[in-house]
Design a binder for this molecule. Structure first.
Ligand SMILES: Nc1ncnc2c1ncn2[C@@H]1O[C@H](COP(=O)(O)OP(=O)(O)OP(=O)(O)O)[C@@H](O)[C@H]1O
Length: 265
């Protein structure tokens, strides 16, 4: 598989600390790539750099061969690179449907002049977006909460809504998911995994997922990339990773969760 994202010799220093330390890795096009590693390994920092939220100290990030290092998140969004975020406080006071409907960029209704001069077009576009949002809710099986305020959703439903927001983006190439399993009950976790698999297979969306739930990683991700101390320790299938003593040692020597590996090793 060719690389959708290629990270080359990336370094990010915070004062004397190299949170990302000469890290190179590929996210293959069409894959669901897992990014795991003990606490403090540099996973979130790497994500932040890929997503344009942090500039690197040095190194490059390529999207299908094009240098996107340091590009702002909104430009990356336009190029189909989307990072899920927890639903921010302000959006919590909007309904689930509204949260989805406000995702597509360049809506005609956003411009006041357009709203006056092209009222018919605005209304038509609104109807299309509304239909699309309802379809997304249908796929996620949360149509019953369409009119609910986002803040009132359960933790798992919020995660589904975050994923739903990425489904509103046309031509979404890469979704960066930061701990989708955190605080989600088993039933919704199965649903979440199902949706990710479907988006990957049917829409060809590539995922890169930071996750501490090793069962979820095993179920979804191939390849799995292990980071430790700012760089890549190893990568392979989850079965290969679990059989790797160096990985176990990395978890044992940190504040990570070696049990996650011991249980299955
Ligand atoms: N803004 C910052 N300023 C200073 N140090 C930071 C900053 N962000 C992260 N770090 C440090 O960089 C290192 C890597 O952190 P990072 O959050 O990327 O790790 P992680 O692998 O995502 O960890 P976790 O699994 O615990 O979320 C840590 O030592 C962290 O304390």
């Amino acid at each position: 598989m060719s690389a959708l994202i290629s990270v080359q010799n990336l370094v990010k220093r915070f004062g004397g600390l190299a949170a990302v330390d000469d890290c190179s890795l590929d996210v293959p096009k069409g894959s669901v790539t897992g990014l795991i590693g003990p606490n403090g390994a540099g996973k979130s920092t790497l994500f932040n750099i890929i997503a344009g939220a942090l500039p690197p100290t040095s190194g490059r990030v390529l999207l299908e061969g094009r240098d996107i290092t340091g590009m702002k998140p909104h430009r990356l969004f336009d190029m189909g690179v989307v990072r899920t975020f927890q639903i921010p406080h302000e959006l919590g006071r909007m309904t689930v449907l509204e949260n989805l409907m406000m995702v597509p960029p360049n809506q005609a209704g956003e411009s006041l002049i357009a709203a006056w001069t092209a009222w018919g077009r605005v209304k038509r576009q609104d109807a299309v977006i509304r239909r699309k949002a309802m379809e997304v809710l249908d796929v996620l099986e949360i149509t019953h909460v369409a009119g609910e305020l986002a803040a009132n959703l359960s933790g798992g439903q919020k995660k589904l809504l975050e994923l739903g927001r990425t489904m509103m983006v046309d031509d979404c190439k890469l979704v960066l998911l930061d701990e989708p399993g955190a605080g989600v009950n088993r039933t919704l976790l199965v649903k979440l995994a199902d949706v990710i698999r479907t988006l990957n297979r049917e829409r060809g969306m590539t995922f890169c997922i930071i996750e501490h739930d090793m069962d979820l990683v095993a179920e979804l991700c191939d390849p799995v990339i292990v980071m430790a101390q700012g760089t890549v320790l190893t990568q392979g299938t989850m079965a290969e990773i679990r059989a790797n003593q160096t990985v176990l040692d990395a978890y044992l020597g940190s504040a990570g969760d070696p049990e996650a590996f011991r249980r299955k090793a």
